[in-house]
Write a protein that binds this ligand. Structure first.
Ligand code: FES
Ligand code: FES
Length: 173
């Protein structure tokens, strides 16, 4: 690296590389990592742990493709630093099924053809899982409202809402 590339546009030298110890319990399995403190939870999952269910869509908190559950609450993992999840339980779409047995929400998504490109589906499923636990999905309007942070670019919204509504009505989640 030459002298120029070591400097930012403002002429300030880059800080020395440091790492911090971070423990992530991902889908029930603990992982001890040494990470640059600027690494996001999404990058820790995808790049450092090879967990590819959470997708990088906008990388700016606007699409929901990166949604995971942290201690049971849905978060945009592109906006959360991995160090902020230290010691916490992280559940990705890979952790929603029990082995080959899909959960009722996943089965409902298949029944209703609630995905087309599939890119947003991991985030939609994680959000919907938390939504059902939150108990706020009692009408299609509420489901749309509380799922509004998860974008679908190909128009599967009616099917997604129908799948969530069906599982909410069954009360089996
Ligand atoms: S990639 Fe995180 S919200 Fe879009
Ligand atoms: S199903 Fe993912 S963007 Fe439409």
């Amino acid at each position: 690296m030459d002298h120029e590339t070591e400097r930012s546009a403002g002429g300030v030298g880059l800080p020395p590389s440091i790492t911090v110890a971070v423990r992530l319990v991902v889908n029930g399995k603990p992982h001890d990592l040494a990470l640059d403190p600027r690494v996001t939870l999404l990058d820790a999952l995808r790049t450092h742990l090879g967990v590819t269910g959470p997708k990088m869509g906008c990388d700016a908190g606007a699409c929901g493709a990166c949604t995971v559950l942290v201690d049971g609450r849905r978060v945009n993992s592109c906006l959360m630093l991995a160090v902020a999840a230290d010691g916490k339980s992280v559940v990705t779409v890979e952790g929603l099924a029990a082995g080959d047995d899909l959960n009722p929400l996943q089965e409902a998504f298949i029944r209703h053809d609630a995905f087309q490109c599939g890119y947003c589906t991991p985030g939609q499923l994680c959000s919907a899982t938390a939504l059902l636990r939150e108990g706020v999905a009692t009408t299609p309007e509420e489901i749309r409202l509380w799922m509004s942070g998860n974008l679908c670019r190909c128009g599967a919204y009616p099917n997604i809402v129908a799948a969530i509504a069906e599982v909410a009505a069954e009360g089996v989640h």
